[in-house]
Design a protein around this ligand. Sequence first.
Ligand code: BGC
Length: 714
Amino acid sequence: MPNAEQSTNAPSADERAREIEQQMSVDERFSLLVSVMGVNNVVTDRHPAIPEGTPMSAGYVPGVERLGVPAQLMSDASLGVTNPGYRPGDSATALPAGIALGASFNPDLARASGEMLGREARSRGFNIQLAGGINLLRDPRNGRNFEYLSEDPLHSAALAAESINGIQAQGVISTIKHFSLNCNETNRHWLDAIIDPVAHRESDLLAFEIAIERSQPGAVMTGYNKINGTYAGGNSALIQDVLKGAWNYPGWVMSDWGGTPSWQAAIAGLDQESGLQLDIMMWQTEWFTDRLRAAHAAGELPGERLSDMVRRILRSMFAVGVDQWGPAPDVDMDAHHEIALKTARQGIVLLSNDGVLPLPVDKPVKIVVIGGHAQVGVPTGCGSSAVLPPGGYAEIIKIGGPGVMGVGRNLYLHPSSPLTELKRLLPEAQIEFDPGMSPAESALAASHADLAIVFGIKIDSEGFDDPDLLLPWGQDAVIDAVATANPNTVVVLETGNPVLMPWKDRVRAIVEAWYPGQAGGRAIAEVLTGAVNPSGRLPITFPANLSQTPRPDLPGLGTPWGTAVTIDYDEGAEIGYRWFAKTGAQPLFAFGHGLSYTDFSYTDVRLSGDDTVTATFTVTNTGDCAGADVPQLYLVGAPGQLRRRLLGFARVELQPGQSQQVTILAEPRLLATYDAGASTWRIADGPHHVELARAANAPVAGREVTLAGRTFGR
Ligand code: BGC
């Protein structure tokens, strides 16, 4: 990949950006600052800025041909190259949900899926992928959790960085989004997210900080919400002071679509308004075209700031190399399908199992598969991340809902049927299907079988939060009735969030498959039959009930579209497993939890401190099938306080009997607190209690290590 920054003789991306920007007219400068949406299911008229023949997508910004600046063509998302009606028939590889990738705890897989995204984007001419969704899973009702990676900053950053690196290695700019605290969807355009600024630095912002450091994404997309009273898109405390100030971020900051709060956002650090038509649709006005120009003409937007906005965009284009593209890369859709399949396999979490799984493959058992449209395919989440898979969706069942996102809220089924795949992998079994329509009918079907496999699905969508953690459409009652009718009941969940499982102790095994993507049905069947040994670990705590969570009642839930809502994120940095450690509550399933068909032992555990914490140990697969383990290192106490932090993790694949020595080095910021007065990270001098663990609540070994007090970073 030609990259100006890698060539020693060539000017740096910064130098080139400066040079090219100086040669631009005022009109050319302004033309780079606004993206327009292509024609899709909502936008019906082609915007005059988009030339004929340009592939329609989420965003278009004209180039400046005379200066060799290419147009910007932007496409969503982290889960594939999306197409909500922009380009009839143009399908792309549909990856599993981000939360499934998160469950793999596998940065290498994130890298592979990023490379895939970059190749598929580039082959269509898209040079900006609106990927890198990294909001922390603070609330198990958030309708967009499925797009993101986890509730933990280090874990999210480790995976997001690799995905972004994979995309940008293909010469395609990746965003990282949504900066910051866009952690609920309820009235998101009117949502004021309140947080203590120090806690923010130690959680959501830390995820951005580490991911940006590790991957240098070309652009940061701001959120729709306000943070502490100020819209993210115009929040100078976050954009100027933290992102561009403390972190010295050199790329550009774009708004979310319809999320530019005013032209003054430019003064607060926003460099580009996104999706002009959505701003008009939402607010009956848009800000960066005439108003920003007028402000400039009136001297209210300093020339230096205008140049900075342009230079930041150019700098990222040159640094990633979007102006150096050769011919489009060959896209091997079969290889990409394998990446989707691998992600589904590694993302599936075996939550409980009394030994009923894996299913015997050579016995003529009578099995009934119930519900979840398992005879058709697997569901996916809705909104800007939904990907049209090769061959199209197997089915689209309208759901709907209020607000602008209601039209896209559907039950989309990817054509990978768990039922078909189970029949393929269990040729000796006699397998029937029951639609799961009513408890009575499903119980009857279950009573005639040796084993019942019930699918429970829940559709999450951008623009909506879940009112509770139950399965919709009466599915909990169906599972309950089936478990009563047949003691050999296995439940497979396909959800974007934790659910409560009131039937948990009455079923023999529970599998969480999330939204498993275009190969999901196959991966589920492989895990159920043991062709694949499950290795996913929960990237989010499953609470036993909402009263265990920081906000049993979600403010604003169900209020009409347009209602101002304030959510106090009082838990601060104590999100998920950290919150549970603080309150002492026992979750349904802990962060990091996930079972295997084999066992792993840990020996020669050495935990030591100094500048940071180091864990060295040997993992052995003591069972009789190959499998992968995910050892986790936690801080559990700092001097004078209980403080739980994931410090690092590894994913180790082992054959039966095989051992591997593993070293995990703690990321120092997770051992530190942020000292706002001194603007620095601070590790306290003295004893810190650390644990090697299988899950946030399952320690294997622990001890006190002594750390030397120090300050570092900004
Ligand atoms: C989403 C963004 C997305 C954008 C463009 C917005 O609704 O919040 O994540 O990139 O649309 O489609």
